[in-house]
Design a protein around this ligand. Structure first.
Ligand SMILES: [Zn+2]
Length: 136
């Protein structure tokens, strides 16, 4: 994740924007429209490794991305998931929950197979970037 978080594109996602403490990336799996990850720029495996200002900046980035996703896609709720047992580098999945999603279903960020065309994906990246830069 250290090596690929900043790249315009990688196997899983496309770069939306470099934020203060992180990179925002739109996931290829768009089963839940707007599913984005916020990946810490510096390497740390655990949140407790971050000094308070860096921790605050990271969560501010997560909230900023969440506001943009909510504004664009109108989910009923956002899940902010910090996992990392597969990839030990601090990142947060901003996973929208929509009307019709079962709130009792186990969370699997890889569930579903919705993949946009490259053009649609690029449009969604641009939409999210614009919203982050210019607000609502
Ligand atoms: Zn790392």
């Amino acid at each position: 994740m250290c090596a690929s978080a900043h790249l315009p594109t990688n196997d899983d996602s496309d770069l939306v924007l470099e934020l203060r403490a992180s990179f925002a990336r739109l996931q290829r799996n768009q089963t839940r429209p707007g599913y984005t990850t916020v990946i810490l720029k510096r390497h740390a495996s655990e949140l407790y490794e971050l000094p308070p200002p860096a921790l605050k900046a990271f969560w501010a980035d997560v909230a900023w991305v969440g506001a943009a996703v909510a504004d664009l896609f109108a989910p009923v709720k956002l899940d902010n998931l910090v996992l990392g047992h597969q990839v030990p580098h601090v990142h947060c999945h901003v996973l929208p929950q929509y009307e019709g999603d079962d709130p009792l279903a186990p969370i699997d960020v890889n569930a579903g197979t919705v993949r946009l065309t490259p053009t649609q994906q690029a449009e969604r990246v641009a939409l999210l970037r614009d919203r982050l830069l210019n607000g609502a």
